[in-house]
Design a protein around this ligand. Structure first.
Ligand SMILES: [Mn+2]
Length: 226
């Protein structure tokens, strides 16, 4: 059975990503959706991008854009945005390239340029941060889908009726937040948490961390509606 697996915010955590891919053992028929924020904060964004580039030939990889990829793009274009990016985790990304933007290989930029704003299947919508329930997927505002955190107040079900999978809002307890119609899979890997992969059909969860630990579980029951 082909699987559809979403991977949460990686943020330069190359060790955790490599371990996660070992456990997933992706096949040609599998779709792996990267929820965005591959770069910044963690130690090895360079290694993360290289690993993702290699994954393109292994399975059907669908990399989405996160706000950190956006900051990196604009940061590489002008001085003012460069400082903003460096202060928000871009400094670590630069260090992974030996401290020089010129060292970022063209194939890494090409990969980042091919990332998508969102992805959908018959049953699921994947995007980085958040959404407006009443607005069709193609009209969602950029400031919401790339930047807006999900706090106590959870958005209602999307009008499409599809389950939405997002990252961006770190779950410091290391657990996937399941709201039923919405699942949040950023489990705070760069901050001593876990990197999550979720099989959106079976509910199977694989998690790894920067110490190379691995654990697996199943998506829990949805939390009660507020
Ligand atoms: Mn983010």
């Amino acid at each position: 059975m082909p699987r559809t697996i979403a991977i949460g915010d990686i943020h330069g955590c190359a060790v955790a990503l490599t371990r996660l891919l070992q456990e997933l053992a992706p096949q040609k028929s599998d779709t792996i959706v990267g929820i965005g924020d591959y770069v910044d904060r963690g130690l090895d964004s360079n290694g993360v991008i290289e690993t993702l580039v290699d994954l393109v030939s292994v399975c059907h990889l669908v990399p989405l854009i996160g706000n950190h990829e956006l900051m990196m793009f604009t940061g590489l274009q002008n001085r003012q945005d460069f400082e903003f990016w460096v202060q928000h985790g871009g400094g670590q990304t630069l260090s992974s390239y030996g401290g020089k933007t010129e060292n970022i290989p063209q194939h890494h930029m090409t990969f980042l340029n091919h990332c998508l704003k969102f992805y959908e299947t018959d049953t699921h919508i994947f995007l980085h941060a958040n959404y407006v329930p009443e607005i069709p997927l193609h009209q969602q505002p950029d400031e919401v889908i790339f930047w807006e955190h999900i706090k106590e107040t959870v958005p209602g079900p999307h009008q499409s009726g599809k389950t939405v999978v997002v990252g961006h809002t770190p779950q410091s307890d290391g657990l996937v937040r399941n709201c039923g119609h919405l699942q949040i899979i950023d489990t705070f890997c760069y901050g001593d948490g876990w990197l999550t992969a979720l099989d959106v059909d079976s509910g199977k969860i694989w998690q790894t961390n920067n110490a190379g630990d691995f654990r697996e579980s199943m998506l829990g029951p949805p939390e009660p509606a507020a």
